[in-house]
Design a protein around this ligand. Sequence first.
Ligand code: AMP
Ligand code: MG
Length: 388
Amino acid sequence: MIKIDDALGIIKNEKIKIKSVRVELLNALGRLLVSDIKSPIDSPPFTKAAMDGYAVNSSDKSESFKILEIIGAGDVPLKTVTRGTCIKIMTGAMMPEGADKIIRVEYADEANNRAVPHRKEIKSNVIGKAENLKTGDIVLSARKLMPKDIGIIASIGMKAVEVAEQPVIGVITTGSELKDPGNRLKPGEIYNSNGLQLCAQIIAAGCIPKYYGIVEDNRGKLSGMVSRAFSECDIVLLSGGVSKGDYDFVPDVLKEKGLKILFHRVAIKPGKPVLFGRKDNVFAFGLPGNPVSAFVIFEIFIKTLLYHLAGLEYKPALFHGRLKRDIKRNDTERTEFHPVYTYREDVIPIKYHGSSHLNAMAQANGLIMIPQGAGKLKAGDYVDVRPI
Ligand code: AMP
Ligand code: MG
């Protein structure tokens, strides 16, 4: 059994060639940007009005201003503002020559083609050329693209971006007791939740799932399915059958297929039996069958691999809050991830009786880590929460 950090180190140590592809912005959400984006333009490209109003020169203390012309966003001013004159301007329009300030429309009356301020305008209400960005500035560094990032990239005129190719991730669920949802259970059977849960985690991580369904605990059948998945996927996830039971064939079958086991068993709770290996350019994970274990292992290890394959480091944005109740445990051998509900500063541990208790996760919006060796986290302690 190795420590979590050592297991993460092994994943991050794997050398791989990042393949990237250009995608249109409409298809770029959730994809991993592989390199920095520099702005090809100044933003804004010209000095512009931030308010509807009257463009004047700030040194001009005239009591009223003759309106030379009216310009809207997209217009180019034809006149130059001189003493005693102004140009009526709308938000977003290009500032005219001679003007450096806008008296907002609410602060002036208009009569006989003149603007007469009745209140002092203390702000300039102008956005300078390149005030937001200069040509060549780094706009975004490599990251998972979120909706605001798509807006930022569009704002500098780029219609496509270079992102990591989406790995195809195969999901094989092993277990003779499993039935897919929609079927009637016979005695001894349970529903397969890992299959669809893992596919959902794969999609949410911006990758492509390939679901192979259920394989019963049969060496030959598993072997056939693993061969197929290895030839069709970049990463293969197998759930169940990775422990030490008589019918846990996953480790042996993976070895038979030529997988080099890079780690098997990690000091993590839930999820200790997890296995990770590689064959040529295909990676495989054996995940414990208990659904909370499979979920947590995806969060901790598989996401790390997915980012690593794109040349990035997976760093979830942690919340920070105060534990509402003590958490105690006797077995301190492993680092434990515990579901919590976080609201504002409060981190409330969810009552949860182990890795098969999937529905406890319904109330959780995060996981907290109880470090190896720690028997207790005290109410009032500050903890980091990993959002889920
Ligand atoms: P295993 O890792 O195969 O020993 O399975 C551990 C526990 O998880 C057993 O109670 C299994 O019935 C259950 N389990 C295994 N696979 C799944 C699955 N795909 N969905 C839900 N529960 C599962
Ligand atoms: Mg099993």
